[in-house]
Design a protein around this ligand. Structure first.
Ligand code: FMN
Length: 377
């Protein structure tokens, strides 16, 4: 089996075409170390002063392993393989002295790797890269789209943690132009005022919303209430990069079909009828439980002839938006689970449009907790 390595340039267009093909991955290969071997000396994350951006809390709420099993909660990750590595460029106003640090999520500590550099802004700038080998170890040639999606999820986790801590509004850069880093999240220190956020977004989440976030184990039956589904779709659309991706939800009975947000963004409308969920289950590496999910939120786009930057941008954005949609779903009492492995999932062609233009990029399966509870009794 071909090994995809971080130190080798990847033809992303070819990698995506192969990941979308019916070819199955080969046997497992070694995942390697779960944490990058950062060069500098380790140091603990100190307690924050009253006016500082609390990096210990920020990382605890987003990227830190919360138990000793090696599982890097609270961020979701395909196969729980956690390929994302984080370097922090710390400026003034933070609970660490200015400098560059590599983060060790297993030990929840940093390694000092260098000085901050000229013009480092106040607050922290998190640069996200991936160690492809971790995800390749299980997914083989299907890894690259998942690596990009995972990075988007991690960026969203940092953004949400920053909101919880009342930091200034974060700036998330995922333009797809570079592989190292793939994404950059800049978080200013708290400015003493209530956190600014775009007027149309929801209240910031509470720490418990982030620490308790898990992917609900399948099955996920139960059609979500219309209002909750609309909020989940609206969150995804807001975060999903306008013009880059389209969003819809495949719903089951009593009126199966594809729903989307109407252009004014406040109502749901049906734009195709028929039950898409069995097809989605076949496309998602044969995950049969998807055919009975209450609803499946879909990010779609990224045509077959998309260039490297477009592919990166679309997948990073999809991961980012699905993560925010996941937290919104949980806050509305829904069960939810990301679904990132898609083969031959040409949604556009399935709906009668030209083939190769409109592929499923990422998804969030949704159900009702009520159905979940009924299931377990
Ligand atoms: C990009 C991405 C793709 C995923 N794809 C699937 C999937 O296809 N099927 C599935 O059951 N879970 C999928 N998951 C959920 C992961 O298995 C889950 O996040 C991981 O096991 C960690 O568990 P947690 O989210 O509860 O912390 C995916 C998660 C991410 C971030």
């Amino acid at each position: 089996m071909e090994h995809l390595r971080e130190d080798r340039p990847v033809d992303l267009g070819a990698a995506l075409a192969r990941a979308r093909s019916p070819e199955r991955p080969g046997p497992e290969t070694p995942a390697g170390a779960p944490v990058r071997a950062w060069a500098g000396p380790p140091c603990p994350l100190p307690e924050a002063g009253p006016a500082d951006l609390d990096l210990r809390a920020l990382l605890r709420l987003s990227l830190a392993a919360s138990d000793t099993s090696g599982r890097l909660r609270p961020t979701s990750s395909a196969g729980a393989l956690h390929p994302v590595d984080t370097e922090l460029v710390v400026g003034t106003g933070c609970s660490l002295p200015p400098g560059r640090y590599g983060y060790d999520p297993l030990r929840h500590r940093v390694h000092h790797v260098g000085p901050p550099g000229d013009g480092t802004p106040p607050g922290v700038t998190a640069a996200l890269t991936v160690t492809a080998q971790r995800t390749v170890s299980h997914y083989g040639h299907r890894a690259w789209p998942l690596l990009l999606l995972d990075t988007g999820h991690a960026a969203a986790a940092l953004l949400l943690a920053a909101r919880v801590l009342g930091a200034g509004e974060s700036d998330v850069r995922m333009d797809g132009r570079t592989e190292n880093p793939l994404a950059v999240v800049r978080i200013p220190p708290p400015d003493g005022r209530s956190p600014r956020r775009p007027a149309e977004t929801e209240d910031p989440p509470a720490p418990a919303d982030l620490l308790a976030r898990r992917s609900t184990p399948p099955p996920l039956p139960g059609l979500p209430p219309r209002d909750a589904l609309r909020e989940v779709l609206a969150t995804a659309e807001r975060a999903g990069g306008s013009g880059l991706l389209r969003w819809c939800a495949a719903v089951g009975p009593p009126r199966p079909g594809l729903m989307e947000l109407a252009p004014e963004g406040t109502t749901l409308r049906r734009y195709a009828s028929g039950d898409a969920r069995p097809t989605l289950a076949a496309w998602a590496a044969g995950q049969a439980w998807l055919a009975d999910a209450g609803a499946v939120l879909l990010a779609h786009g990224c045509p077959a002839d998309a260039g490297t930057a477009h592919i990166r941008r679309a997948h990073l954005r999809a991961g980012f938006a699905v993560h925010l949609a996941h937290v919104t779903a949980l806050r509305h009492g829904l069960a939810a689970r990301p679904v990132g492995s898609w083969q031959q999932a040409d949604l556009g062609a399935a709906l009668g449009a030209a083939p190769g233009r409109d592929w499923v990029v990422h998804a969030l399966a949704l159900g009702t907790r009520h159905a979940d509870e009924e299931n377990s009794t």
